[in-house]
Design a protein around this ligand. Structure first.
Ligand code: GLC
Length: 467
C-alpha cells in the first residue's frame, strides 16, 4: 500500500482522525472574523497560541538509520532483520552533535520552533527512558540527546515539539504484523497491544515530565487504529502549551499535509482548520541520505508560500548525519531560504488570507491593514499578473523580495476587453531575475474598506466600483 492509500485507510480506521476539530472545540474557538469577512483558522485562546506566533519550524529526523544514510525506514523498506539492523545501536556515537548548531541553522532560515524525532519507527529512543534500554544513553554515545536539545531550546526560548512514532519495530510488545510500515513478526516478539499502549503512555509521561516545557507533540503512524483520547488528555494536562497533531490516538489540534503527495490540500484558497504542512529539504528521505537530491529554492519558497499564505504553519525537515551534523547541502538550503523568508514574512504574519478577491487562480492574496499582498507562488508566465476584478489604485507597490517598486496599471487589458472595465494588473515584473524564487508584492492602498472578500471573479460583486 502506498503512503497515500495507507493514510486513507488509516483515516477510515480512525474516524475521529478525519475531522480535526470536534463540534465542541469548533464552538469554543470560532474562526476569527476579520474586516471584510475573511477568516483565519480557529485560534486556541490558550497557551497553545504560541503556534500562531511562530509558524515556520524545523523538523529533524535523526536516529540509527542516519548512520547508514539511505532512508529512515530502511529496516522495513530493505527488509533487514531486526537483529541485523540493531547493530547500528552499538555504533551510535554522534561526536559532533551540537544542538546549538541545529538551532543556529534553523534560525538562519527564519525558523522559530523545532520538532525532533524522539522515537521513529525503528524504536530507538533519543532520551533516557526508563522503559527500554534501546535508548541513546546505552549506546557508546552515552548521553541523553533530548536533554541536550531541550536545554539548548530553553536557553533561547525556542519552542520544542516532540515527534513520536506509534509503530515500533523494536518493542516486542508492539504487534508487528507486516502491515504497512510494520515489520513481519520477529523472533522473540510477544505482542500485546494493551501493554504496548501502556508503554507508550509511560514514555509520553517521561517526555512530558522530564524535559521542561514541551510545546508540541507530533504523533506518527498509528497503524493500530487505536482511539484513546486519554493519551492526548495526559499531554494536555502535563504540558498545556503543547499543540498536538492528528496522527495519534484522537483527532488532535491540526492537520498534517505531507510533502505534496495529496494535491487536494492545494485546492482550498483558505483553510478552515488548523494546518501544519511538512516537507523535507531532501527529495527522497527525511533521515540523512548520502546521495540525496535536494529541492530547489524555487520549489521550497513556492511550497512555503502556498501554505503560509493560507494561514497554515510549515515544518521543513533536515536529516543530520550519524555524526550529528546537518549535511552541507541541507544547511546551504536553509541559509539561502532565510533571506527570502525574512524579506516576505510580513505578508504572512498577522495577515489574513483573502484570495477570493481575485479570479486569478495562480496567485494567493493576504491582507493586513491597508495592504494587500500578492503571492506569486506559481511562477508567473510573464511580466503581467492580472488581478481582476480588483479595480483599486494602490498608492504604492513594492516587491518584498528586494524592496524595489513594482509597476501596475489600472486599465482595460486587451485580454480582458470583453469586461469593458479597467482592472488592476501588475506590470513588467522582473520574472527572469526572480525565476529561482517566489515573488511577493505588497500593494498599499488608501483604504481597503468595503472590499468583498469572496469576489472570486464575479463582476456582480461590487469590487469593480472601487477606485
Ligand atoms: C512520512 C515518512 C516517515 C516520516 C514522516 C514525517 O510518513 O514515511 O518516515 O517520519 O513522513 O511526516
Amino acid at each position: 500500500m502506498n503512503r497515500r492509500r495507507f493514510l486513507q485507510a488509516a483515516t477510515a480506521a480512525v474516524p475521529a482522525a478525519a475531522g480535526m476539530l470536534s463540534m465542541k472545540e469548533a464552538a469554543a474557538a470560532p474562526a476569527e472574523e476579520m474586516a471584510g469577512g475573511s477568516t483565519l483558522v480557529p485560534r486556541f485562546g490558550d497557551a497553545r497560541d504560541w503556534w500562531f506566533q511562530r509558524r515556520f519550524g524545523m523538523f529533524v529526523h535523526w536516529g540509527l538509520y542516519s548512520i547508514a544514510g539511505w532512508h529512515e525506514q530502511m529496516e522495513w523498506r530493505e527488509g533487514i532483520p531486526r537483529t541485523e539492523y540493531e547493530r547500528y545501536f552499538q555504533q551510535w556515537n554522534p561526536r559532533h552533535y551540537d544542538p546549538d548548531a541545529w538551532l543556529d541553522a534553523a534560525q538562519s532560515a527564519g525558523m522559530q520552533y523545532i520538532c525532533f524525532t524522539t522515537k521513529h519507527h525503528e524504536g530507538f529512543c533519543q532520551w533516557d527512558t526508563k522503559l527500554t534500554d534501546f535508548n541513546c544513553t546505552k549506546t557508546p554515545f552515552g548521553k541523553d540527546a533530548l536533554r541536550m536539545l531541550a536545554e539548548a531550546c530553553h536557553r533561547r526560548n525556542f519552542p520544542l515539539c516532540l515527534y513520536y512514532s506509534v509503530v515500533d519495530w523494536h518493542s516486542p510488545l508492539y504487534p508487528n504484523q507486516g502491515r504497512s510500515h510494520e515489520l513481519k513478526p520477529q523472533p522473540g516478539d510477544h505482542p500485546d497491544l494493551t501493554k504496548y499502549i501502556e508503554f507508550v503512555r509511560g514514555q509520553v509521561r517521561e517526555l512530558c515530565t522530564n524535559y521542561g516545557k514541551i510545546s508540541g507533540f507530533w504523533w506518527d503512524m498509528n497503524v493500530t487504529g487505536v482511539v484513546d483520547p486519554s493519551i492526548n488528555a495526559m499531554i494536555r494536562q502535563l504540558q498545556p502549551a503543547a499543540v498536538i497533531n492528528n496522527r495519534g490516538f484522537d483527532h488532535g489540534d491540526f492537520g498534517t499535509p505531507e510533502r505534496d503527495y495529496n494535491r487536494s490540500w492545494d485546492q482550498p484558497r483558505a483553510f478552515k482548520e488548523r494546518v501544519e504542512a511538512c516537507q523535507s529539504v531532501g527529495m527522497e528521505s527525511w533521515g540523512y541520505r548520502k546521495d540525496e537530491d535536494y529541492y530547489s529554492l524555487r520549489y521550497l519558497t513556492s511550497s512555503i508560500d502556498k501554505y503560509r499564505a493560507r494561514d497554515a504553519n510549515y515544518l521543513l525537515n533536515v536529516g543530520p548525519t550519524g555524526e550529528g551534523v546537518i549535511p552541507e547541502q541541507a544547511a546551504q538550503t536553509l541559509h539561502r531560504l532565510g533571506p527570502w523568508y525574512k524579506a516576505v514574512r510580513e505578508a504572512f504574519e498577522d495577515a489574513v488570507p483573502c484570495s477570493g478577491l481575485t479570479a486569478n487562480r495562480n496567485v494567493l492574496l493576504t491582507r493586513k491593514g491597508k495592504s494587500l499582498y500578492v503571492h506569486l507562488y506559481q511562477a508567473p508566465d510573464g511580466g503581467e499578473v492580472l488581478l481582476r476584478p480588483l479595480a483599486l489604485k494602490p498608492v504604492k507597490a513594492v516587491l518584498l523580495n528586494d524592496g524595489r517598486p513594482v509597476q501596475w496599471r489600472l486599465d482595460i487589458a486587451p485580454m480582458e476587453w470583453t469586461y469593458h472595465h479597467p482592472y488592476l494588473r501588475l506590470h513588467a515584473l522582473p520574472v527572469e531575475e526572480f525565476a529561482g524564487t517566489t515573488m511577493v508584492v505588497r500593494l498599499d492602498f488608501e483604504s481597503l474598506e468595503g472590499l468583498h472578500p469572496e469576489a472570486g471573479g464575479s463582476e456582480a460583486n461590487g469590487n469593480t466600483l472601487l477606485r
